[in-house]
Write a protein that binds this ligand. Structure first.
Ligand SMILES: Nc1ncnc2c1ncn2[C@@H]1O[C@H](COP(=O)(O)OP(=O)(O)OP(=O)(O)O)[C@@H](O)[C@H]1O
Ligand SMILES: [Mg+2]
Length: 256
């Protein structure tokens, strides 16, 4: 059976401004199958966030096509949950209400909202902070709320922009494993931008490497790993280290 293409990016380019124009992306081609987990790695400023904003429907492309389920992306939608690089919480809502927001929009029953939000507050380790506002939180705490706010309503597509960048090593592993668990149970389609090659290989089915600006996808690595034995065994395995090294070399080649 041929898997269904969920996200299709065809020859997409993006130029900002008219005079002193900056071409962020030029000729990006990418297809992500339904249920697939794909990561994008590449040099800073190569247009990774720009690509996610366009797929989120927040920014139009200058050229090319962005399709979700075969339809052109025109505006944001509940089918696509996005976690921004700079968290983007609602400053006027508490931690609890920020996380509950998507479920309220989807008109889920109050009891279900309460139970799901509480479960996520425990997962992100913020019990006791339910009634705090974003301005009262550290960067890492805000990032955890942003992740919970998007994970909680299980959108068909997750667009993640360096979602774990502000977290300490331990919390990052907890949140990565939570993402893996969620993805395995819901089979949502995930497109994640990260600087962390280990993270990309640990989580993804496929890792795409982008060139320097103007960015396009220059190399792809299929990641076939048996994740059942758990993190420790996996990161020590030869299969893992060899893919990790190959991706790392490719990224290094683009950066230098
Ligand atoms: N709104 C904007 N107006 C003008 N230029 C922009 C705008 N947004 C992004 N750019 C430019 O487009 C290029 C790509 O930016 P983008 O944020 O997508 O990069 P990135 O790959 O996400 O970088 P990083 O890894 O540092 O997050 C950069 O040169 C940036 O300066
Ligand atoms: Mg970025």
């Amino acid at each position: 059976m041929v898997p269904a293409v969920k996200i299709c990016v065809e020859a997409v380019s993006k130029t900002f401004g008219t005079k002193d124009a900056v071409t962020a992306l030029a000729g990006v081609d990418l297809a992500v199958n339904a249920g697939e987990f794909v990561s994008i790695v590449g040099p800073s400023g190569c247009g990774k966030s720009t690509l996610l904003y366009m797929l989120g429907g927040f920014l139009p492309p200058s050229g090319g096509k962005l399709l979700v389920d075969g339809n052109a992306v025109r505006k944001p939608g509940v089918d696509r949950g996005i976690v921004f690089q700079e968290y983007a919480l609602f400053p006027w809502l508490t931690v609890y209400e920020n996380i509950a927001y998507g479920l309220r929009m989807l008109k889920r029953p109050p009891e279900q909202i309460k139970a799901t939000v509480q479960r996520y507050i425990d997962v992100i380790g913020l019990a006791g902070f339910e009634q705090r506002f974003p301005r009262e939180l550290s960067g890492g705490m805000k990032q955890r709320v942003a992740l919970a706010r998007t994970f909680v309503y299980e959108p068909e597509i997750l667009l993640l922009d360096e979602p774990f960048g502000a977290l300490d090593a331990q919390t990052r592993e907890i949140m990565q494993d939570e993402l893996l668990r969620l993805w395995q149970s819901s089979r949502m389609t995930v497109l994640m931008v990260t600087h962390d090659v280990n993270e990309a290989v640990y989580l993804s089915d496929r890792v795409c490497v982008m060139s320097k600006r103007p960015g396009r996808i220059v190399e792809e690595f299929k990641v076939v790993l048996d994740r059942k034995p758990g993190r420790e065994a996996l990161v020590l395995s030869e299969a893992y280290t060899s893919i990790r090294n190959a991706v790392w070399l490719s990224v290094r080649h683009q950066v230098l």
